[in-house]
Design a protein around this ligand. Structure first.
Ligand code: MG
Length: 163
């Protein structure tokens, strides 16, 4: 078993779409960032990489590289999943907490849960999506994401064992 933890934050910015967990949410501001600013997918990527001690998101996708400008963050998830598979692990579950003043995540949490599960190739019941308001933390102009993941050893297929 391996545990992983990831954290990310992005500042609100006018005139860009708000993407959280691969879902575009209706809001008058999006998140600034070199990529699409998907704070939840970035934190999940780091949690997965951390769980297999495979570095961090910036090591694979440096923000200084113009190649990743406006990049769809699902690319980062795919790389992290590759590293998890390479290390011989599979995801047991993912848990997340978003901290944001707006918009309300509740009405969209099932959609985000389903999308994240699909991206990770697991069931929605394996993905926790929680949200809180900052309550005076002074972070109303940003969205923060915390993510924990648990990995278990992937079962070796029978065909592989026979070899
Ligand atoms: Mg980020």
């Amino acid at each position: 078993m391996r545990i992983g933890y990831g954290w990310d934050s992005h500042e609100f910015k006018k005139g860009v779409p708000l993407k959280i967990g691969g879902v575009e949410l209706p809001h008058d501001k999006g998140l600034a960032g070199h990529s699409d600013g998907d704070v939840l997918l970035h934190a999940i990527t780091d949690a997965l990489l951390g769980a297999v001690a495979a570095g961090d998101i910036g090591g694979y996708f440096p923000p200084s590289d113009p190649k990743w400008k406006g990049a769809d963050s699902t690319i980062f998830i795919q790389e992290a999943l590759k590293q998890v598979r390479r290390a011989g692990y599979t995801i047991a579950n993912v848990d997340s907490t978003l901290i944001l003043s707006e918009p309300k995540i509740g009405p969209h949490s099932k959609t985000i849960q389903a999308r994240v599960a699909k991206l990770l190739g697991i069931e929605p019941a394996q993905v926790g999506i929680k949200a809180k308001t900052p309550e005076g933390m002074g972070t109303d102009e940003a969205v923060i994401a915390h993510v924990a993941v648990l990995l278990v050893k992937a079962r070796v297929s029978r065909a592989k064992k026979r070899r």
